[in-house]
Every structure is written in C-alpha cells, then in structure tokens.
Ligand binder design. Structure first.
Ligand code: C5P
Length: 404
C-alpha cells in the first residue's frame, strides 16, 4: 500500500447487515469499486432481505458471501478476514454492533472480523432510541477503545416518519473516511478553514444573483482534511451537498456574510482555503418587497457595486506562517492562456497558492470531477490533478502536508 489508497488497489471487505440503510450499501460498494479496489461483500442473511444478492454481485464484481458453512474446505470463515486490507461494515445495526463488541462469531461476518487484523470501519444506522440506548452507547465505546472507526451516524430522516440521530452517513463519506484510515494523519492538529459553495446576492426577498457552484470541491477538501487529522471549519455558502459529520460548518448566504465568517475563523487558522465561488458584485440596494414588472415595464436595470476581495484581504493581513489558498475558476478554453490568467491572478491576490480550474456549462461547477493546476506565489506549477473532487482534494492537501 502506498501513499494513495485512491490509486493502489486494496482488498476491501464490505460487511452489510440487516437494516433498511442496506440499500445504500450498494453506493459504498460502487464507490470503492470505482476507486479501483477489489471489493468482497459479506452480507448477513438479514441484509439479503433488504437488498438482492445479484445487485451486490454485479456492483462488486465478485461473489457475495453469506453462509458460514459454504466453502468450508477453503477455511473461508477465516480466509476472507485474513486477506482483507480493510473492513467496512455499512450499515452496522445495533445488533451487529453488540455482537462486534462482544466478539461473537455466529455468522460469516463475525468470523471475518475476528479473523482479521485489518482496520475496521463501521457506519451505524438505527433509530435514535436504539443509538442512544446505554447498551449501544457502551458497545460503541468498547469498539472505539479497540481502535474501530465509527462514521456517523448522521442526524436526519429515519425509516417511517421519525428523524434524529441514527441515519447512516452517505456512501461517499463512508468511503472517504474508510480509505483515510489507512493513511497517515499528516495534518494532525492543523487548523484549516475551507469555504465552499457559491454566494447569493439578494435582489429582493425572493430573488438573488448567484452562481452554479455546488460546494462539492470545497466539501471534499474539508472532509479529506478532517480524515487526515486536521481541525476543520467549513464555511458553506448555499451548499447543494451534505456536510460530512466530521466537519464543523457555518452556513452563510451572501459575500458579506462569508467575509465576516472567514475573518473570524481565520484568526485562529493555520490555513485558509477559499474554494467558494464568491460574487464580485452585489446589488447596490435590496428591494424591501418583490420587484414588480408592472412598475418597470420591458427593461430593468440593476446597479451593482463591488464586493470586497476576501482572498486578497486575507493574504494581506495573514500572520507569519499562515497559508492562504485561492481558486481561480475560469472559462478560458486554451490551457496556456488559462495558466497565464492564473499567474496574473496569484500575483494580484497575493495568496500562497492558487488552484486554477476551467469551468463552463458542463465542467468544473456542480460536477463530480475536476481538473486543476496548482500554482505557488511565483507562478510555478506545484501540482496538477485530474479526477474525482476527493482525489483533487487529497493532492492539494499533500502539498500542504509536504510544505509543513
Ligand atoms: O477573482 P476571482 O473571483 O477569480 O478569484 C477567485 C478566488 O478569490 C477564489 O478563491 C474566491 O473564493 C476568491 N474571491 C474572494 N472574494 C471575492 C471574489 C473571489 O475571496 N470577492
């Protein structure tokens, strides 16, 4: 296994147990397979009452194991666990958590876990009462004390009409956390502020000027930094993606709100990463009530005023040792011209690094992939990355970890 579990193939056992969130385990398996890993599903009988074996075999590209008494000649009850680099149990029901805490091995998954020395990551999913039951609380504490990584649960909608803590964390976050377990905690203790999303400038109580940034890249950076040990504060502007449970977040709407939030968060930050798409202009005044076409007829002019450049301000006032990173999202199609725009921009803004990426109708914003070139303050290329937003996030953080 090398520096990047993302690129080196791991043998991952995905344990699936019997809760309704089992249908989302397909997403966990798929994300691991797409990241290039060899995935072996061990499902309990109860799990197979929620999702079909053919689905899991098609997505994992491997046979699904369930039965303790199949494959006895190959000593499969221990072989699967021995061969694993990583075990992820998603969802982990209250019952499974109790069995893991007790070290029970009355099914194939229990045997697999006991026979393995690989890191274990579990994503609990259950009703709030079961999660908060002293038995579950004690079992989770036991598992944590043994080094098991517990992802979530998230707070949200549960089965039926209930909602509260107990919802399984989304598959992408489970996979990011799980793969990160194998990585060194090379950002341990670093205080990192990340902005994400796109600001909205109100025109009236119901309308705004905004942009198409979803927040995916910034959220991926925040999550990747958290799993590498950083103390992360995310400032989210109108995020269209779920915030990882391991990240603190402050939600903002407009550029001025973002500026205030960043200014106070930056006071104690070692690194500020400005991945948000920030509006350069805002309406000079915000109408108290809805702007009416009956009043304006066929043409309507809006007067816009400049917003403060937050990144340039941060760079100017940064403390010694504080690292300020910006993004430059540009529609320039020519790669060389795009780089020149980036070089001019970092010179103007004074940040330590700038990640230049092309955006357009179909790239950059609101997509799952990204392609960036990272420049240092001399305009030299220090990193180039192309791939999922989480792999881009990790390459950016590699630069930070190295530059320490
Ligand atoms: O000038 P431009 O908008 O292309 O710069 C992009 C970078 O500057 C991003 O990191 C963005 O978060 C930041 N920015 C800012 N304040 C603004 C506009 C952009 O901090 N008013």
């Amino acid at each position: 296994m090398g520096d990047h579990p993302d690129t080196d193939q791991l043998r991952v056992v995905v344990g699936i147990t019997g809760g309704i969130a089992a249908y989302k385990a397909v997403g966990v398996v798929r994300a691991l397979v797409l990241a290039g890993h060899d995935v072996h599903v061990v499902a309990t009988d109860a799990a197979l009452r929620f999702i079909g074996r053919p689905t899991l075999e098609a997505i994992s590209r491997n046979p699904v194991d369930t039965d303790l008494y199949e494959g006895v000649a190959e000593v499969r009850h221990v072989a699967i666990g021995q061969a694993a680099d990583l075990i992820v149990i998603a969802p982990a029901t209250a019952n499974t958590i109790a069995k893991l805490a007790a070290g029970l091995a009355d099914d194939l998954l229990g045997n697999t876990v006991l026979a393995s020395r690989a890191p274990l990551v579990i994503a609990p999913a259950m009703h709030t009462e079961m999660w908060q039951n002293p038995a579950t609380v004690a079992n989770i504490a036991v598992l944590r004390s043994r080094g098991v990584t517990v992802v979530g649960p998230a707070v949200g909608q549960l089965t039926g009409t209930d909602s509260g803590p107990g919802r399984m964390v989304e598959p992408d976050e489970i996979v990011s956390v799980a793969l990160a377990v194998l990585r060194p905690k090379d950002l341990l203790g670093r205080r990192i502020v990340v902005t994400a999303g796109g600001t909205r400038e109100a025109l009236d109580p119901v309308r705004y000027i905004g942009n198409r940034s979803s927040g995916k890249q910034g959220v991926a950076i925040a999550l990747a930094a958290a799993v590498r040990g950083a103390d992360v504060m995310l400032i989210g502007a109108n995020l269209e993606v779920a915030v990882p449970t391991s990240v603190r977040v402050e939600h903002v709407v407009s550029t001025l709100e973002l500026a205030n939030a960043v200014a106070s968060a930056a006071e104690r930050a070692d690194v500020v990463i400005m991945a948000a798409a920030v509006a350069d202009y805002r309406p000079e005044s915000v109408a108290e009530s809805k702007i009416k076409k009956e009043l304006h007829g066929d043409r309507l002019s809006l007067e816009l005023v400049r917003n403060p450049d937050i990144l340039a301000g941060l760079a100017e006032t940064r403390r010694a040792g504080q690292v300020i990173i910006g993004f430059a999202a540009e529609t320039e199609p020519d790669a060389a011209a795009l780089l020149e725009i980036g070089r001019a921009k970092i010179a103007r803004k004074g940040s330590d690094y700038l990640l230049v990426n092309r955006v357009g109708w179909h790239e950059g914003f609101a997509t799952d992939g990204n392609s960036v070139v990272m420049l240092d303050r001399h305009g030299d290329i220090v990193m180039e990355a192309s791939g999922s937003k989480s792999s881009v996030a990790d390459k950016l953080l590699d630069v930070l970890a190295r530059a320490r």
